[in-house]
Design a protein around this ligand. Structure first.
Ligand code: NAD
Length: 273
């Protein structure tokens, strides 16, 4: 990490995450907003990015052209349809990319791997520092306990969430499976509340879901055995955690060699066993 201000380009600036990212940059003393980009259709193009974020004028107008300067980092939280073009722009300009957009197509994931030969990229479907650590800890605990302790995961999200279980819950469950030599495709069990459900089988990893209210996201992981139970919980109360994690990744990646990195790399966990 360097002492100078890291220039950041936000892509998807008018979106929920975009505005949160803008606010976090404005209140930070280690970053400066270089550009704010969004698509050409819709209101708000030409508007001052600071105003858009609900704060003071910054003198940076929202534009529909992604033209990053070499010293900057692009942080993209937009839509999967936009990712291929944004990726190419970063590759051509030789600038690092932090990619938070989810639901990427397979062809885009292939492009991502290819582009990472030329530029450093941090890609994560969840930029929360706490969730990254929970996923890591889940694997370590599962490795130590094996199948002798029953693993059950419960996730809670707001009532508008479309997908269930959450992508994060699936990643945690798969980390448990991988760390304890279970097949992630066959060991996950989603039907605990089914009236015709069969009893628990050894080695299963149960994934249960609650939807309601305005919960930003909770994941509780339980390891159960006769006479004791270990519980690990992450509770998100503010979407800003994703923005803060992504901007931490941006400051980290700025001087890294080309490669495809994760939040575990950013947190220095990748080499630890
Ligand atoms: P949103 O719909 O509020 O915002 C998306 C923004 O992208 C909009 O302003 C839209 O106009 C803009 N956009 C669309 N096409 C574009 C293009 N071609 N160029 C530039 N901008 C374009 O969505 P959101 O809630 O802000 O989420 C954005 C993305 O981030 C989603 O994929 C979401 O799943 C993901 N997300 C990831 C994390 C994480 O931690 N990785 C956390 C939250 C959200």
């Amino acid at each position: 990490m360097t002492d100078r201000l890291t220039p950041i380009v936000i892509v998807g600036a008018r979106g929920r995450m975009g505005k949160t990212l803008l606010r976090e940059i404005i209140i930070s003393d280690s970053m400066v907003l270089e550009a704010a980009v969004d698509r050409s259709s819709g209101p708000g193009l030409g508007q001052d990015a600071g105003r858009l974020a609900g704060l003071h004028d910054l003198g940076v107008a929202v534009t529909d052209e992604l033209r990053p300067r070499r010293s900057s980092v692009v942080v993209d939280f937009s839509l999967p349809q936009a990712t291929d073009a944004n990726l190419r722009r970063c590759q051509e300009a030789g600038v690092p990319l932090v990619l938070g957009t989810t639901g990427l197509h397979k062809t885009t994931r292939d492009l991502l791997r290819a582009a990472a030969k030329d530029i450093p990229i941090v890609s994560a479907a969840n930029f929360s520092v706490g969730v990254t650590l929970l996923t890591r800890i889940a694997g370590l605990v599962a490795h130590a306990l094996g199948e002798q302790w029953d693993a059950e995961l419960l996730e809670i999200h707001h009532s508008h969430k479309r997908d269930a279980p959450s992508g994060t819950a699936l990643r945690i469950a798969k980390a448990i499976a991988k760390a304890s030599d279970r097949d992630p495709e066959t060991s996950l069990r989603h039907d605990r509340a089914d009236p015709h459900a069969r009893p628990r089988e050894p080695g299963e990893i149960g994934v249960s879901v609650i939807r309601g209210g305005d919960s930003v996201g909770e994941h509780t992981l339980m390891f159960l055995t006769d006479g004791e139970r270990l519980e690990l919980t992450h509770r998100a109360t503010d979407r800003a955690i994703f923005a803060r994690g992504a901007l931490r990744a941006a400051r980290w990646v700025v001087d890294k060699p080309p490669g495809l990195y994760t939040m575990s790399d950013v947190l220095g966990l990748a080499g630890l066993s």
